[in-house]
Design a protein around this ligand. Sequence first.
Ligand code: ZN
Ligand code: ZN
Length: 222
Amino acid sequence: MEGRQSVVVGEYLHLIYRIQVMGRVVKASTLVQRLDSSPSTVHATLRRLERDGLVNLNDRKEIELTEKGKESAAGIAHRHNLAEYFLWHELKIPWYLVHTHAHSLEHAITPLVAARLEEYLGHPKFCPHGSPMPGIEHPHTPLLPLSEASTGTKIEVVMLDESIEDEEDLLKYLQDSLVMPGQQHMVQERIDVTHTLVLQSENGLTNLPYDIAALIDVREIC
Ligand SMILES: [Zn+2]
Ligand SMILES: [Zn+2]
C-alpha cells in the first residue's frame, strides 16, 4: 500500500491529467475547487510536485505536467479506468458508482495486477464513461457536444466530460435516463427559454439543461 503522501500526489496528477486530456488549462484555483481543498494546501502540494519534477508552472500560472508527471499520471489513469471497467463489467457495481470506488482501488493496483487485469478484461479501450485509455484515440469523429445537436437528429452518446465523473447524483440521473456511452437518443426538442434539451429514448423523455448537455460528447447518427 502506498503512503498517504503518494496517494495525494497521485490524486493531483490524475486530476491535472484528466482536465488536460479534455483540452482545458489547469490553475491552482481549479484544484482548490475540484479537490475541495484550501488554497494554502494546494499551493504547498504544488510546490512539492514542482520540486519533484512532476509539474511546471508557466508565466500565466497554468500548471503543466512534465514528461515524468505525464507518465506517472497516465499510469494512474490506466489503472483507474481498468478498475472502473472491472467493477462495472465483472462485479456489476452500478455504472454511476464505479468512478468513486475505482478512485480508492487505483492506488492498490500493482503493475503486475494492472497487466493481468488488462488481459483479463480483453484490453478495454475506454472507461465506462467513454474516456479513452491513455494513448488511445476515439475512432468516431467528429464528436459534437450534445448541447449543439439539432432537433430531430438521432445521436449516440460517446463520452462524458471528466468533471461529471465526480458528480454522483448527476451520474445517477444520467444512468436512469440512459445517457451513457453507446446509448442512442432522439433530440426531441430544444427549449431555449429554459435552456433545456429534451431527449427521447426507449426509457422515455429526459430533460437536460444545456450546460450539462455541453459536457456530453455525442455523434450524430442521422
Ligand atoms: Zn473515473
Ligand atoms: Zn470513467
